[in-house]
Write a protein that binds this ligand. Sequence first.
Ligand code: GLP
Length: 262
Amino acid sequence: MEVIIRKDKKAAVDLAARIIEKAVRETPDIVLGLATGRTMEDLYAELARKHREEELDFSLARTFNLDEYIGLPPEHPGSYRYYMNYHLFNNINIDQRNTHLPNGVAEDLNAEGGRYEDEIEHCGGIDLQLLGIGRSGHIGFNEPLSSLMSRTRQKALTPVTIAQNSPLFDKPEDMPKRAFTMGVGTILDARRILMLVTGKEKAAILAKAVEGPITSMVSATAIQLHPNTVVIVDEEAAEMLQEKEYYRWIFENEPEWEEFRK
Ligand code: GLP
């Protein structure tokens, strides 16, 4: 794992966007794993700008989102399908048929997780998985005690997560209490992981995720098991990391980061 500390949110978002841009230009039919949340809004705006102004082409790209609320149809403004269309898909030249989210209103909810896994497999697996982190330490909606080998399935949301996300609903009480989420095992199968974390309210959970012991109580700690993971953070989120100076040294000196230092 590598941790890269940027001076503020904008610089962190810019770097994440450049890494994704490079991956898309190198592999036009890339399979991207995508995340939602406030942290990703600026990142998607930057990718849309690169599409508009710098000819970043998504016409062959395929995407799989981490999660979706159960019970919300795609046209509901609180659904992650709505979020993705609004923040990204409507603003780039992606083929909507190549964009995938779990179906929160599937007729057979018990079969939906397996169906989603099959779709990912059919596309050859995820090349680059984007992750945020929730205050409960979740990735996707893998709440505490999610098995580190779990696959896409339904998950009941914790009070912490409900408190974090319900303000995003017009009526907070409308926020579903259950969601589909890729499992921790599904996420770890991605060929690369890119985590983006910003803001001081994430400092404590980020330190646990990156430097703490691996535990299903904090599903984000599972990324320590992944051989190709980069975590991009701003100074505020980095505040409680113990090895900050080491991480800075790596980014400033290792040849693989040279093109991204400018
Ligand atoms: C939701 C998503 C997570 C995301 C988290 C972070 O809970 N299911 O995948 O990491 O939000 O949200 P924010 O960026 O708003 O802090």
